[in-house]
Structure formats: C-alpha cells, structure tokens
Design a protein around this ligand. Sequence first.
Ligand SMILES: Nc1ncnc2c1ncn2[C@@H]1O[C@H](COP(=O)(O)OP(=O)(O)O)[C@@H](O)[C@H]1O
Ligand SMILES: [Mg+2]
Length: 250
Amino acid sequence: MALLELQGVSRHFGGVRAIDGLDLEVREGEILGLIGPNGSGKSTAVNVITGLYPPSAGRIAFDGRDITAAATHRRLSEGIARTFQNIRLFGGLTVWQNLWVAQNSARDRAARGFLSRWMGGQSGAREGIGKLLAFAGLAGREDELASNLAFGEQRRLEFARALAAKPKLLLLDEPAAGMNAGEIADLDERIRAVRERGVTVLLIEHHMELVMAVTDRVAVLNFGQKIAEGTPAQIQAHSAVRKAYLGGDH
Ligand SMILES: Nc1ncnc2c1ncn2[C@@H]1O[C@H](COP(=O)(O)OP(=O)(O)O)[C@@H](O)[C@H]1O
Ligand SMILES: [Mg+2]
C-alpha cells in the first residue's frame, strides 16, 4: 500500500522547473532511495512533501488523505518527519532540549489532550528521550549545547530529533554527507533499525554504496523528472541513469 503518493507534482521557481510532473509512490514499510545529480530536485521534493513549499501543480496524499494544501505542522503531526541537507538544530539548546521540543511538538497527536500530557506525560517523555539518546549514540551528552557537538554527532541528533516526533515516514536528505566510512556504517545500521520499528523511509543520498545496500527500491530524478525506478540492481544497470550521472553514452 502507498503510504505517500505524489501525482503529477511540480514546483517551479521562476523559470526553473525544480520538480516537473513527478509521480512517486513510497510504499508502507519500505526504504525508498531517491537519487539524482545535483540540482535534479531531490531536496525540493522533500520540501514539497513536508509543506515547506506548496507545489505549483499536482496532488500529494499521505496515509490515504490528501495533504496537498496541509500546513507543515499538520503534516508533522500526521507522521511525516525529516532531516535537512544542511543540519538545522537549535544550536543554543542542549541535546536534551532539542529532543524534548521535537517530542512535544508532535506528541501523541490527537490521542492525548493538553492536560493529560501536562500532568502525566513527563516520565514517559523522559524515558522516550533516553531511548533516543541511546539510539543516536549520545547518551551522556544530553546537557551539551547542540552547537558544541561534532559534525557527525549533530547529524545523529538531527536524526534522533526527527524520530522524536514518532513519524510514520522519515525523509532523510543526504544524511551521509560529510561522514567518514565508520559513520556511514553506523548510519546504515540506524536506517535499518528504524525500518524494523515500522517506520517507512525515503532516503536521498549521493553515497551510492549506502543507497544500494540499504534500499528496497530506488527512484532517479534528472532535471526534476523521474527517469527510472526499480530495485537497486536494476538501477545500477540502467542506461539512462548511467548517462545522467556520467554524461555521454554509457
Ligand atoms: N528556494 C528556491 N528558490 C529558487 N530556486 C530553487 C529553490 N530551491 C531549489 N531551487 C532550484 O531548484 C533546482 C533543484 O534544486 P534541489 O531540489 O535543491 O536539487 P537537489 O536537492 O537534487 O540537489 C535547482 O536548480 C535549484 O537551484
Ligand atoms: Mg539537495
């Protein structure tokens, strides 16, 4: 079943067709890779899915509901969370506070009212944050300011912060950028662990080894359009994909 479905989605910036008539389906429980050269529209797709930019045309459905015009905060509370290509944390807040804010902004959706959250939610929140800290390899660092963390740690915190919102769909925009081989191996494990807990993942990534290792399917963008879609093996063998990446006839 499609958890997320884009139908004919376009987003233009002046004369630039950042994404152009994109049909994309993210199936419940899968890890879908989204790849393409720089400027092919990958981040714009994430920005349109999360509601940062309204689409110029097309329709977006999530979990059976039309969210084309829904506000960003509503999409978050419906279960769409993301990380950014350029890390965006609250640098002046601690590690703990970054997670706490994220957990509370989307917490328990409509199931709990403000009062019960206020009265009874505190110990549960603490426990949840403890688990996220362990997951992100940041146990013991909770009082550190986010801005004082090393780059790889900031990426892990951002990943954990997205999970704090308890998403159904996690959008990761180039999470391996700037990481070393060891950090990428850890990231690979984290992505798999998240999926095992039932979260669907859309992974945007340039690091092909990671994409080919961890995804179930891959979609390829070029100039805002989807030029191929298939299993990692099919995509590696696809001539249009090789052409988009390498130029010339391959
Ligand atoms: N906010 C924006 N304003 C103007 N142009 C943008 C904006 N965001 C993206 N673009 C343009 O849209 C195209 C796709 O960009 P982007 O989605 O960032 O690609 P990718 O993530 O695949 O590298 C590029 O030509 C980029 O310059
Ligand atoms: Mg990008």
